[in-house]
Ligand binder design. Structure first.
Ligand code: ZN
Length: 299
């Protein structure tokens, strides 16, 4: 790091945007949280914020982690766009173009989950682990993969929240995913838990039986991800994960499903070093966006 390093970072969500100026989690010069309104108004507020600091001491680049789906492929005509989002007014909206034109600096771009995976890999619970998986369980469920020092894009980008899982005996819930019904997101997201329980996930007690089902399905999904990607660590984040006694339940379910099939010291005992919580307390996305900016400045 040099003394002149200074970047802008955006974590764009469906309800709020977090804006940061700085170079690392321990060197943040400024921060603002703005509500997500219309694209034009929200992007203009971002531009106003960064221009203020850019004029005072230049930013080398901007990094963006945005709710999606987004187009990550530079050769695409809609690169830098949010694409088919159900969020009203935001479908097929150019995000990178207006920011790049207004600030005239390189703009790096990922979806919000990939940004959080990058944040955990550089500053959080996945440091030194490659491959690593970051899985967020909140209003939606999404996963990002770090492999070979880079975040995996693939054809579009991974959508690990929508894998299909076998039905647990006695669970008649049909799921809430509008595309797949009882995919992982349809079974364990915040809205799924609320639909199961008839009230918000945050109001359920830690010993509510719903948590055991949620842990069992997440354990199944983590088994599939472990078998396909052989990660060195799986980091869990998102608003649902801290609820109930989910983490020990997920580890126990994963251990049960694996049934001693994978042989490695990490799979002994209680998986405490294999499945872990985010170390960045809800900041993984915006810190990841700082690293995305650093890479954009180097490109
Ligand atoms: Zn789905």
């Amino acid at each position: 790091m040099t003394i002149d390093e200074r970047y802008g970072a955006i974590e764009g969500g469906g309800t709020k945007f977090v804006l940061v100026v700085g170079s690392s989690p321990t060197a943040i010069d400024a921060q603002e949280v703005i509500p997500t309104t219309t694209p034009a108004e929200t992007l203009q507020r971002c531009i106003d914020f960064f221009q203020l600091y850019h004029a005072h001491r230049p930013l080398q680049a901007l990094g963006v982690g945005m709710f999606g789906p987004v187009d990550l492929h530079p050769d695409s005509t809609t690169y830098g766009f949010i694409t088919s989002t159900p969020k009203a007014g935001w479908g097929f909206t150019d995000i990178v173009g207006p920011l790049q034109r207004a600030l005239n600096i390189p703009v790096g771009w990922e979806n919000d989950v990939n940004a959080a995976a990058i944040g955990e890999a550089h500053w959080g619970a996945a440091r030194g682990c490659d491959p690593a998986i970051y899985l967020t369980v909140g209003t939606g469920v999404g996963g990002g993969v770090i492999a070979g020092g880079r975040v995996l894009h693939g054809l579009i980008h991974p959508e690990m929240g929508h894998v299909l899982l076998p039905r647990i005996s006695g669970d008649e819930f049909e799921g809430v995913c509008p595309f797949h019904g009882r995919c992982l997101e349809g079974l364990v997201s915040g809205p799924a838990i609320a639909a199961r329980a008839g009230r918000a996930a945050g109001t359920l007690s830690a010993d509510d039986p719903v948590w055991e089902l949620v842990a069992a399905y997440l354990g199944m999904a983590l088994m599939d991800f472990s078998l396909i990607l052989s990660p060195q660590r799986i980091v869990l984040g998102g608003g649902v994960i801290g609820r109930g006694q989910l983490l020990p339940g997920i580890r126990a379910a994963l251990q049960r499903h694996l049934n001693n099939y994978l042989v490695h010291p990490l799979f002994q005992a209680d998986l405490a070093d294999y499945v872990v919580l985010s170390a960045l307390a809800g900041r993984a996305g915006v810190y990841g966006a700082l690293e995305i900016a650093r890479n954009a400045a180097r490109a």
